[in-house]
Design a binder for this molecule. Sequence first.
Ligand SMILES: [Fe+2]
Length: 355
Amino acid sequence: MRRSVASVNEDADATFLKVASYYWHPVARSIDLPPGAVVPARLLGRDLALFRDAAGRANAVEDLCSHRGTRLSRGDVDGNGCLRCPYHGWAFRGDGSCVDIPQLPPERSIPAQADVTSFRVSEYAGLVWTCLVDEETQRRERPTWPVIEAGTHWVHVGVVYPWQVQASRQIENFCDVAHFSVLHADTFGNARVTEVESFHVDVSLDGHHLAFDYAYPSLDPTVDPGPGGARPEVGTNFEYRVELPFTVALAGASGPGSVMCVAASPVSATEMNLFWLCAFPLGVEVDAEAYEDLEARIFLPDQEIVESQRPERLPLDLLEELHLPFDRFAVAYRRQLQAIGFAIPGRTFTNVHAD
Ligand SMILES: [Fe+2]
């Protein structure tokens, strides 16, 4: 019997949410979580309340009071660095343990059922990252970007963009070198050169890393077009280093020595927050406002296009769409998403070679 589209999508979403939960994802920028603040976040369909404890450490607990189901993110942080529920004032530590129920006499102990669920948090590269599963269940450590540790760069953390797309769709778009000359002709794209040179995508033995370099005759987006209507050609050697499922470090895109890092954080199976930052070599000065404006002029057309893509869920079966040689990143990415478990159990997937 043929199954309905809705039930196929339900299976696909359940698989997506489960497999994506084995990995770390950013849920906020560090600057958006000042001491004393309680910040709501959503990851893989789970609502979180983020706050810093007395030591300044970021914490994530389920945004649901164990008592009457109120949103803890509407509460505040008390003088001990505990999160207080706004309804009855119960207090929770960062590990989720309930440490105060003001309605109880002091001699009564606090029942263990009063604790709330907490999640592991790691602060890195100006972002607050969370993993929804325990250490034994996680597939990989939180991603690292070598440029952050190098001590050779300073980091601009960009504004967060919510996209109504599956996270994998954004990563595929970010790594699609074939659209530069068409969609981005008003910034860095070079409309005179549309043919895509051959390139090779390396797949790591563990299946989680994809790497490729692509030399592209980009135009300088920071300069107005001259009398002939063209911007000067600067050329960029794009060096893409993707860590599955949803992070990329891209060297070269924002000038020589720069490394742009993105993480598509899955809010649900079909929504995401785009976290991004750019590491610039020490000594390189950047007008932050102008740089944000430029990146917005690149990300916004991408967002409009990717939000229009159908089906909403990235088709991992390679026979579902046409793949040509310049799509070899997409082919490798979809294949590796299958390999790490994003394929729907019980469905037959077909591998094709685009080369
Ligand atoms: Fe793009």
